[in-house]
Design a protein around this ligand. Structure first.
Ligand SMILES: NC(=O)c1ccc[n+]([C@@H]2O[C@H](COP(=O)([O-])OP(=O)(O)OC[C@H]3O[C@@H](n4cnc5c(N)ncnc54)[C@H](O)[C@@H]3O)[C@@H](O)[C@H]2O)c1
Length: 354
Protein backbone atom coordinates (compact mmCIF):
# COMPACT_ATOMS: atom_id res chain seq x y z
CA UNK A 1 0.00 0.00 0.00
CA UNK A 2 1.62 3.30 -1.03
CA UNK A 3 1.03 6.71 0.46
CA UNK A 4 -0.35 8.28 -2.70
CA UNK A 5 -3.89 9.53 -3.33
CA UNK A 6 -5.30 7.32 -6.08
CA UNK A 7 -7.62 9.30 -8.30
CA UNK A 8 -10.12 8.65 -11.09
CA UNK A 9 -11.30 11.35 -13.49
CA UNK A 10 -14.82 10.91 -14.88
CA UNK A 11 -15.55 12.78 -18.12
CA UNK A 12 -12.82 13.27 -20.73
CA UNK A 13 -14.52 15.67 -23.13
CA UNK A 14 -13.46 19.30 -23.50
CA UNK A 15 -12.50 20.14 -19.89
CA UNK A 16 -11.78 16.77 -18.22
CA UNK A 17 -8.38 16.35 -19.96
CA UNK A 18 -7.16 19.48 -18.15
CA UNK A 19 -7.93 17.81 -14.81
CA UNK A 20 -6.29 14.59 -16.02
CA UNK A 21 -3.12 16.47 -17.03
CA UNK A 22 -2.88 18.31 -13.70
CA UNK A 23 -3.63 15.35 -11.44
CA UNK A 24 -1.15 13.27 -13.42
CA UNK A 25 1.59 15.87 -12.95
CA UNK A 26 1.05 16.65 -9.25
CA UNK A 27 3.20 14.94 -6.66
CA UNK A 28 1.55 12.70 -4.07
CA UNK A 29 -1.10 11.39 -6.39
CA UNK A 30 -1.52 8.53 -8.80
CA UNK A 31 -3.81 8.93 -11.80
CA UNK A 32 -5.39 5.50 -11.71
CA UNK A 33 -8.40 5.69 -13.94
CA UNK A 34 -10.05 7.66 -16.76
CA UNK A 35 -13.78 7.09 -17.19
CA UNK A 36 -15.97 8.21 -20.02
CA UNK A 37 -19.07 6.83 -21.68
CA UNK A 38 -17.31 7.26 -25.01
CA UNK A 39 -14.78 4.58 -25.90
CA UNK A 40 -13.42 6.86 -28.65
CA UNK A 41 -12.53 9.52 -26.08
CA UNK A 42 -10.74 6.95 -23.92
CA UNK A 43 -8.86 5.54 -26.91
CA UNK A 44 -7.56 9.05 -27.53
CA UNK A 45 -5.88 9.08 -24.08
CA UNK A 46 -4.71 5.45 -23.88
CA UNK A 47 -1.24 6.13 -25.26
CA UNK A 48 -0.84 9.36 -23.30
CA UNK A 49 -1.58 7.78 -19.89
CA UNK A 50 -0.58 4.11 -20.22
CA UNK A 51 -0.50 3.65 -16.42
CA UNK A 52 -4.22 4.53 -16.06
CA UNK A 53 -7.12 2.14 -16.56
CA UNK A 54 -9.67 3.27 -19.17
CA UNK A 55 -13.26 2.47 -18.18
CA UNK A 56 -16.63 3.10 -19.81
CA UNK A 57 -18.57 1.40 -16.97
CA UNK A 58 -18.56 4.54 -14.82
CA UNK A 59 -20.94 3.32 -12.12
CA UNK A 60 -18.77 0.37 -11.12
CA UNK A 61 -15.54 2.32 -11.65
CA UNK A 62 -16.36 4.89 -8.94
CA UNK A 63 -16.98 2.02 -6.54
CA UNK A 64 -13.47 0.54 -7.00
CA UNK A 65 -12.13 0.26 -3.40
CA UNK A 66 -8.56 1.11 -4.43
CA UNK A 67 -9.59 4.61 -5.60
CA UNK A 68 -9.54 7.35 -2.92
CA UNK A 69 -10.82 10.33 -4.89
CA UNK A 70 -12.99 10.99 -7.93
CA UNK A 71 -13.04 14.13 -10.09
CA UNK A 72 -16.17 14.65 -12.19
CA UNK A 73 -16.10 16.67 -15.44
CA UNK A 74 -19.24 15.47 -17.19
CA UNK A 75 -22.29 17.50 -18.32
CA UNK A 76 -24.10 19.22 -15.45
CA UNK A 77 -27.22 17.01 -15.47
CA UNK A 78 -25.02 13.98 -14.59
CA UNK A 79 -23.12 15.61 -11.67
CA UNK A 80 -25.59 14.74 -8.92
CA UNK A 81 -25.89 11.04 -9.72
CA UNK A 82 -22.16 10.52 -10.22
CA UNK A 83 -21.13 12.59 -7.19
CA UNK A 84 -23.68 10.86 -4.96
CA UNK A 85 -22.42 7.42 -6.03
CA UNK A 86 -18.83 8.53 -5.47
CA UNK A 87 -19.51 9.98 -1.99
CA UNK A 88 -21.60 6.98 -0.92
CA UNK A 89 -18.71 4.75 -2.01
CA UNK A 90 -16.51 6.74 0.41
CA UNK A 91 -14.53 8.75 -2.17
CA UNK A 92 -13.40 12.34 -1.73
CA UNK A 93 -15.17 14.07 -4.60
CA UNK A 94 -14.39 16.99 -6.88
CA UNK A 95 -17.22 18.24 -9.12
CA UNK A 96 -16.83 20.67 -11.97
CA UNK A 97 -18.92 23.84 -11.89
CA UNK A 98 -21.85 24.27 -11.60
CA UNK A 99 -22.11 21.75 -8.78
CA UNK A 100 -25.46 20.21 -9.84
CA UNK A 101 -28.76 21.04 -11.54
CA UNK A 102 -30.75 22.13 -8.49
CA UNK A 103 -30.45 23.50 -4.96
CA UNK A 104 -31.98 20.28 -3.60
CA UNK A 105 -29.36 18.10 -5.29
CA UNK A 106 -26.52 20.29 -3.99
CA UNK A 107 -27.92 20.28 -0.46
CA UNK A 108 -28.08 16.50 -0.52
CA UNK A 109 -24.49 16.18 -1.74
CA UNK A 110 -23.27 18.60 0.96
CA UNK A 111 -25.10 16.56 3.59
CA UNK A 112 -23.73 13.21 2.37
CA UNK A 113 -20.17 14.56 2.29
CA UNK A 114 -20.61 15.93 5.80
CA UNK A 115 -22.13 12.67 7.12
CA UNK A 116 -19.34 10.64 5.52
CA UNK A 117 -16.59 13.04 6.62
CA UNK A 118 -15.36 13.40 3.04
CA UNK A 119 -13.87 16.30 1.11
CA UNK A 120 -16.33 17.74 -1.40
CA UNK A 121 -14.96 20.44 -3.66
CA UNK A 122 -16.41 22.34 -6.64
CA UNK A 123 -14.32 23.53 -9.60
CA UNK A 124 -14.76 27.28 -9.33
CA UNK A 125 -11.37 27.70 -11.00
CA UNK A 126 -11.10 31.49 -10.98
CA UNK A 127 -10.88 31.60 -7.19
CA UNK A 128 -7.48 29.94 -7.61
CA UNK A 129 -6.18 32.49 -10.13
CA UNK A 130 -3.47 34.94 -9.03
CA UNK A 131 -5.45 37.87 -10.52
CA UNK A 132 -8.61 37.20 -8.53
CA UNK A 133 -6.60 36.52 -5.35
CA UNK A 134 -4.86 39.88 -5.86
CA UNK A 135 -8.15 41.73 -6.39
CA UNK A 136 -9.54 40.17 -3.20
CA UNK A 137 -6.39 41.27 -1.31
CA UNK A 138 -6.69 44.86 -2.64
CA UNK A 139 -10.41 45.11 -1.83
CA UNK A 140 -10.01 43.57 1.65
CA UNK A 141 -7.15 45.96 2.44
CA UNK A 142 -9.54 48.86 1.77
CA UNK A 143 -7.29 50.22 -1.00
CA UNK A 144 -10.16 51.12 -3.34
CA UNK A 145 -12.45 52.38 -0.57
CA UNK A 146 -15.99 51.14 -0.06
CA UNK A 147 -16.93 48.64 -2.76
CA UNK A 148 -19.71 50.29 -4.80
CA UNK A 149 -20.46 47.94 -7.67
CA UNK A 150 -19.05 45.31 -10.02
CA UNK A 151 -19.80 44.47 -13.62
CA UNK A 152 -18.62 41.35 -15.45
CA UNK A 153 -18.66 40.36 -19.12
CA UNK A 154 -17.99 36.84 -20.42
CA UNK A 155 -18.69 36.80 -24.14
CA UNK A 156 -17.61 34.80 -27.19
CA UNK A 157 -18.95 32.80 -30.09
CA UNK A 158 -19.86 29.38 -28.57
CA UNK A 159 -19.35 26.91 -27.07
CA UNK A 160 -23.10 26.23 -27.32
CA UNK A 161 -24.21 23.69 -24.67
CA UNK A 162 -27.11 21.29 -25.15
CA UNK A 163 -28.30 20.72 -21.59
CA UNK A 164 -27.91 24.17 -19.98
CA UNK A 165 -28.31 27.80 -20.94
CA UNK A 166 -25.58 30.44 -21.01
CA UNK A 167 -26.35 31.53 -17.44
CA UNK A 168 -25.64 28.05 -16.03
CA UNK A 169 -22.61 27.66 -18.31
CA UNK A 170 -20.72 30.96 -18.02
CA UNK A 171 -22.19 32.96 -15.12
CA UNK A 172 -21.01 30.48 -12.39
CA UNK A 173 -17.49 31.84 -12.91
CA UNK A 174 -18.58 35.44 -12.34
CA UNK A 175 -21.01 34.63 -9.52
CA UNK A 176 -18.26 32.75 -7.66
CA UNK A 177 -15.76 35.60 -8.23
CA UNK A 178 -18.24 38.27 -7.10
CA UNK A 179 -19.25 36.29 -3.99
CA UNK A 180 -15.57 35.72 -3.18
CA UNK A 181 -14.71 39.42 -3.47
CA UNK A 182 -17.77 40.72 -1.60
CA UNK A 183 -17.60 37.87 0.93
CA UNK A 184 -21.37 37.48 0.77
CA UNK A 185 -24.17 36.02 -1.30
CA UNK A 186 -26.74 38.27 -3.01
CA UNK A 187 -30.19 38.52 -1.47
CA UNK A 188 -32.02 38.81 -4.81
CA UNK A 189 -31.42 38.69 -8.56
CA UNK A 190 -33.07 39.51 -11.81
CA UNK A 191 -32.19 37.98 -15.12
CA UNK A 192 -33.19 38.62 -18.71
CA UNK A 193 -32.08 36.67 -21.73
CA UNK A 194 -32.72 35.67 -25.31
CA UNK A 195 -32.83 32.35 -27.19
CA UNK A 196 -31.45 33.17 -30.64
CA UNK A 197 -30.17 29.82 -31.87
CA UNK A 198 -32.05 27.06 -30.02
CA UNK A 199 -35.58 27.43 -28.77
CA UNK A 200 -35.75 27.37 -24.95
CA UNK A 201 -31.99 27.72 -24.35
CA UNK A 202 -30.86 31.28 -23.64
CA UNK A 203 -27.61 32.10 -25.42
CA UNK A 204 -27.36 35.71 -24.18
CA UNK A 205 -28.25 36.97 -20.71
CA UNK A 206 -27.98 39.87 -18.30
CA UNK A 207 -28.02 38.93 -14.64
CA UNK A 208 -28.13 41.49 -11.83
CA UNK A 209 -27.21 40.54 -8.26
CA UNK A 210 -28.57 42.66 -5.38
CA UNK A 211 -26.74 42.62 -2.05
CA UNK A 212 -28.10 43.30 1.44
CA UNK A 213 -26.11 46.56 1.75
CA UNK A 214 -27.64 47.94 -1.46
CA UNK A 215 -24.63 47.10 -3.70
CA UNK A 216 -25.32 45.80 -7.18
CA UNK A 217 -23.31 43.57 -9.54
CA UNK A 218 -24.13 42.84 -13.16
CA UNK A 219 -23.09 39.84 -15.29
CA UNK A 220 -23.40 39.83 -19.07
CA UNK A 221 -22.97 36.32 -20.52
CA UNK A 222 -23.07 35.37 -24.20
CA UNK A 223 -22.31 32.52 -26.59
CA UNK A 224 -23.21 34.82 -29.48
CA UNK A 225 -20.68 37.59 -29.66
CA UNK A 226 -18.05 38.39 -32.31
CA UNK A 227 -15.32 39.06 -29.77
CA UNK A 228 -14.01 37.01 -26.85
CA UNK A 229 -14.35 39.19 -23.76
CA UNK A 230 -13.57 38.19 -20.16
CA UNK A 231 -13.45 41.30 -18.08
CA UNK A 232 -14.72 42.85 -14.90
CA UNK A 233 -14.87 46.32 -13.35
CA UNK A 234 -14.61 46.51 -9.57
CA UNK A 235 -15.56 50.02 -8.58
CA UNK A 236 -14.73 51.46 -5.19
CA UNK A 237 -15.45 54.90 -3.73
CA UNK A 238 -11.76 55.88 -4.05
CA UNK A 239 -10.29 53.73 -6.84
CA UNK A 240 -11.41 51.41 -9.62
CA UNK A 241 -10.00 48.11 -10.81
CA UNK A 242 -10.28 46.72 -14.32
CA UNK A 243 -9.59 42.99 -14.66
CA UNK A 244 -9.05 41.59 -18.16
CA UNK A 245 -8.42 37.87 -18.20
CA UNK A 246 -7.50 37.91 -21.91
CA UNK A 247 -4.49 40.18 -21.24
CA UNK A 248 -1.36 38.01 -21.06
CA UNK A 249 0.52 40.21 -18.58
CA UNK A 250 -1.31 43.18 -17.10
CA UNK A 251 -4.53 41.42 -16.15
CA UNK A 252 -5.31 43.90 -13.37
CA UNK A 253 -5.17 47.67 -13.69
CA UNK A 254 -5.92 49.88 -10.71
CA UNK A 255 -7.10 53.36 -11.64
CA UNK A 256 -6.81 56.19 -9.15
CA UNK A 257 -10.14 57.59 -10.39
CA UNK A 258 -13.33 58.59 -8.71
CA UNK A 259 -16.19 61.00 -8.80
CA UNK A 260 -17.28 63.07 -5.85
CA UNK A 261 -20.56 64.87 -5.37
CA UNK A 262 -20.49 67.94 -3.07
CA UNK A 263 -21.84 67.08 0.39
CA UNK A 264 -23.91 70.29 0.64
CA UNK A 265 -25.32 72.68 -1.94
CA UNK A 266 -28.15 75.22 -1.88
CA UNK A 267 -28.90 75.84 -5.53
CA UNK A 268 -28.73 73.68 -8.62
CA UNK A 269 -26.10 76.06 -10.03
CA UNK A 270 -23.79 75.28 -7.11
CA UNK A 271 -23.99 71.53 -7.73
CA UNK A 272 -20.79 70.32 -9.38
CA UNK A 273 -19.42 66.81 -9.63
CA UNK A 274 -15.71 66.65 -9.05
CA UNK A 275 -13.87 64.08 -11.18
CA UNK A 276 -10.51 62.83 -10.01
CA UNK A 277 -8.13 61.36 -12.63
CA UNK A 278 -4.91 59.94 -11.18
CA UNK A 279 -2.36 57.30 -12.17
CA UNK A 280 -2.92 53.75 -13.33
CA UNK A 281 -0.99 50.95 -11.66
CA UNK A 282 -0.72 47.34 -12.85
CA UNK A 283 0.47 45.09 -10.00
CA UNK A 284 2.84 42.22 -10.75
CA UNK A 285 1.15 38.82 -10.69
CA UNK A 286 2.80 35.46 -10.19
CA UNK A 287 2.21 33.30 -13.28
CA UNK A 288 0.48 30.12 -12.13
CA UNK A 289 -2.07 27.87 -13.79
CA UNK A 290 -5.22 28.29 -11.67
CA UNK A 291 -6.30 24.71 -12.38
CA UNK A 292 -3.00 23.36 -11.09
CA UNK A 293 -3.46 25.33 -7.84
CA UNK A 294 -7.05 24.10 -7.63
CA UNK A 295 -6.12 20.41 -8.11
CA UNK A 296 -3.27 20.73 -5.58
CA UNK A 297 -5.70 22.33 -3.11
CA UNK A 298 -8.12 19.39 -3.50
CA UNK A 299 -5.33 16.91 -2.72
CA UNK A 300 -4.15 19.03 0.22
CA UNK A 301 -7.68 19.16 1.66
CA UNK A 302 -7.94 15.37 1.38
CA UNK A 303 -4.60 14.93 3.17
CA UNK A 304 -5.19 17.46 5.95
CA UNK A 305 -8.98 17.42 6.35
CA UNK A 306 -9.06 21.21 5.66
CA UNK A 307 -12.26 22.67 4.20
CA UNK A 308 -11.72 23.60 0.54
CA UNK A 309 -12.02 27.27 -0.42
CA UNK A 310 -14.64 26.18 -2.94
CA UNK A 311 -16.37 23.48 -0.87
CA UNK A 312 -19.83 22.04 -1.44
CA UNK A 313 -21.48 24.92 0.46
CA UNK A 314 -19.82 27.48 -1.78
CA UNK A 315 -20.93 25.46 -4.83
CA UNK A 316 -24.43 25.37 -3.37
CA UNK A 317 -24.44 29.16 -2.88
CA UNK A 318 -23.65 29.60 -6.59
CA UNK A 319 -26.46 27.20 -7.58
CA UNK A 320 -28.90 29.14 -5.35
CA UNK A 321 -28.17 32.22 -7.48
CA UNK A 322 -28.49 30.21 -10.74
CA UNK A 323 -31.79 28.76 -9.54
CA UNK A 324 -33.15 32.25 -8.75
CA UNK A 325 -31.87 33.46 -12.14
CA UNK A 326 -33.77 30.64 -13.91
CA UNK A 327 -36.97 31.61 -12.10
CA UNK A 328 -36.43 35.25 -13.03
CA UNK A 329 -35.88 34.33 -16.71
CA UNK A 330 -39.19 32.44 -16.70
CA UNK A 331 -40.92 35.52 -15.25
CA UNK A 332 -39.52 37.94 -17.83
CA UNK A 333 -36.78 39.36 -15.61
CA UNK A 334 -38.72 39.73 -12.36
CA UNK A 335 -36.75 40.34 -9.17
CA UNK A 336 -36.45 37.01 -7.31
CA UNK A 337 -35.17 36.49 -3.77
CA UNK A 338 -32.23 34.11 -3.38
CA UNK A 339 -33.10 31.49 -0.79
CA UNK A 340 -30.55 31.95 2.00
CA UNK A 341 -28.45 28.95 3.03
CA UNK A 342 -29.31 27.20 6.27
CA UNK A 343 -25.61 26.89 7.17
CA UNK A 344 -25.90 23.56 8.96
CA UNK A 345 -22.84 22.68 10.95
CA UNK A 346 -20.59 20.31 9.01
CA UNK A 347 -19.02 17.31 10.68
CA UNK A 348 -15.23 17.29 10.77
CA UNK A 349 -13.77 15.77 7.64
CA UNK A 350 -11.68 12.63 7.65
CA UNK A 351 -8.09 13.52 6.95
CA UNK A 352 -5.98 11.67 4.41
CA UNK A 353 -7.40 8.84 2.39
CA UNK A 354 -10.74 7.29 3.24
N1 LIG B 1 -13.75 25.15 -14.58
C1 LIG B 1 -13.81 25.56 -15.83
O1 LIG B 1 -13.23 26.58 -16.22
C2 LIG B 1 -14.62 24.77 -16.83
C3 LIG B 1 -14.46 24.98 -18.21
C4 LIG B 1 -15.20 24.21 -19.08
C5 LIG B 1 -16.11 23.28 -18.61
N2 LIG B 1 -16.25 23.12 -17.27
C6 LIG B 1 -17.21 22.15 -16.73
O2 LIG B 1 -16.75 20.83 -16.99
C7 LIG B 1 -17.87 19.96 -17.14
C8 LIG B 1 -17.75 19.22 -18.48
O3 LIG B 1 -17.83 20.16 -19.53
P1 LIG B 1 -17.21 19.83 -20.96
O4 LIG B 1 -17.29 21.11 -21.71
O5 LIG B 1 -15.92 19.13 -20.83
O6 LIG B 1 -18.31 18.81 -21.54
P2 LIG B 1 -18.12 17.82 -22.76
O7 LIG B 1 -19.50 17.52 -23.25
O8 LIG B 1 -17.11 18.32 -23.73
O9 LIG B 1 -17.51 16.51 -22.12
C9 LIG B 1 -18.22 15.69 -21.25
C10 LIG B 1 -17.67 14.27 -21.34
O10 LIG B 1 -18.37 13.49 -20.37
C11 LIG B 1 -18.74 12.24 -20.96
N3 LIG B 1 -19.95 11.77 -20.25
C12 LIG B 1 -21.21 12.22 -20.38
N4 LIG B 1 -22.03 11.61 -19.50
C13 LIG B 1 -21.23 10.76 -18.81
C14 LIG B 1 -21.50 9.85 -17.76
N5 LIG B 1 -22.70 9.69 -17.21
N6 LIG B 1 -20.45 9.12 -17.29
C15 LIG B 1 -19.22 9.26 -17.82
N7 LIG B 1 -18.91 10.10 -18.83
C16 LIG B 1 -19.91 10.85 -19.30
C17 LIG B 1 -18.97 12.53 -22.43
O11 LIG B 1 -18.80 11.36 -23.20
C18 LIG B 1 -17.89 13.59 -22.69
O12 LIG B 1 -16.69 13.01 -23.14
C19 LIG B 1 -19.12 20.84 -17.02
O13 LIG B 1 -19.58 20.81 -15.70
C20 LIG B 1 -18.58 22.22 -17.36
O14 LIG B 1 -19.36 23.27 -16.81
C21 LIG B 1 -15.51 23.81 -16.39
Amino acid sequence: MDDLIHIAVVGCGYWGPNLVRNFNALPGTRLRMLCDRSKERLDHFRAMYPQAEMRTDVDTAVEDPSIHAVAIATPVHTHYKLAKASLLAGKHTFIEKPMASSVKECEELVQIASDQGLTLMVGHTFLYSPAIRKIKEIVDAGNIGKLLYMSARRLNLGLFQKDINVVWDLAPHDISIIQFITGEAPVAVNCQGGCNVRRGIEDVSNLTLYFAGGEVATIHSSWLDPKKVRDMAIVGARKMIHYDDIEPNQKIKIYDQRVEAPPHYDTFAEFQYSYHYGDMHAPHLVQEEPLKVECAHFLDCIRTGKTPLTDGRQGLDVVRVLDAASRSLKQGGARIDVVPSSRRRARPRKSRKS
